[in-house]
Design a protein around this ligand. Structure first.
Ligand SMILES: C[S@@+](CC[C@H](N)C(=O)[O-])C[C@H]1O[C@@H](n2cnc3c(N)ncnc32)[C@H](O)[C@@H]1O
Length: 271
């Protein structure tokens, strides 16, 4: 039995609520926050919320942020200890350098602060299809199969995906640990694509669902290919000097794998 999205979200919200229980006015950074948040309402209501998003249309549509910034989360920097919670939900798969974004988050977090990451799982059926098909196919799928007429228009899903290697949850946790980010929750859950597909096209939906079940039985022992998405909550903790050495070598190896990647450090204009 796979975990469903609603249960996975409930686990995430319960833990966030519990951890922020004693913080009077939490400072929250929604990185690539767009116009909606998955965070628990009771936290949002009493929080100071900064949203940074690269898309001006998403920022314009956001009505809950205290501060709105049009900017690139891979380069946008905040002073140390700026936030109690950073949420980066369904964003890292779109980034050329999510490693740089995670590095910035670790610097901007308070000691014991939380980093919430949600992303599609590249080691799943839907993750695999998304990774190896072009963006026009994703737009076609949303429009024709799921019936979203406005898919692919400015500010509308689906956004182009990159799938940098650290989008893989195991790689992400390995990368984050030397930055002082310790995972305290890791949940993989069934992609909601199956439900959406079954609602729109029951025959195709059941076929794809059954097909992934068959693949699970035939080829995979530990991996559930239906688990198309994951949540990880990291807690910021102290680094030992040993970890400091590890982070340096990790950064070097990531740089050598992406030698031509360019970021514009001038992006990051307050809206
Ligand atoms: C799928 S949406 C998710 C929005 C929101 N986090 C949510 O869960 O509803 C992805 C968002 O990431 C933003 N985004 C993509 N690349 C970005 C970047 N380099 N810096 C900031 N935001 C970015 C997009 O504009 C979009 O709003």
């Amino acid at each position: 039995m796979s975990l469903k999205r609603e249960s996975a979200l409930q686990h995430l919200r319960d833990l966030v609520t519990q951890k922020l229980e004693h913080t009077n006015k939490p400072r929250i950074y929604e990185a690539g926050g767009g116009s909606t948040s998955i965070l628990p309402e009771q936290c949002l209501e009493r929080a100071e919320i900064v949203v940074v998003d690269i898309d001006p249309q998403q920022i314009a549509a956001n009505d809950y942020a205290t501060t709105k910034v049009v900017g690139d989360i891979q380069v946008h920097q905040f002073p140390k200890n700026s936030f109690d919670l950073i949420c980066c939900y369904n964003v890292i798969e779109h980034l050329d350098r999510p490693d740089r974004a995670i590095q910035r988050f670790s610097e901007a977090l308070n000691p014991s602060g939380l980093l919430v990451v949600g992303a599609p799982n590249p080691r799943s059926f839907t993750g695999f299809i998304t990774k190896f098909t072009p963006h026009w196919f994703h737009v076609w799928y949303y429009r024709r199969v799921l019936g979203c007429e406005e898919a692919g228009m400015p500010g509308r899903v689906p956004f182009p995906v990159v799938y940098h290697p650290i989008v893989n949850p195991a790689a992400l946790m390995k990368f984050a640990r030397p930055l002082g980010l310790k995972p305290i929750l890791h949940l993989e859950y069934e992609s909601s694509t199956f439900n959406l597909l079954m609602a729109r096209s029951p025959f195709l939906g059941r076929f794809v669902y059954g097909f992934t079940g068959l693949l699970n039985r035939l080829f995979t022992k530990e991996t559930n290919l239906r688990n198309g998405d994951y949540h990880i909550i990291f807690e910021k903790c102290d680094l030992s000097s040993e970890d400091q050495v590890e982070v340096t070598s990790q950064r070097l190896s990531l740089r050598s794998r992406h030698p031509h990647s360019q970021l514009d450090p001038t992006k990051g204009v307050a809206a």
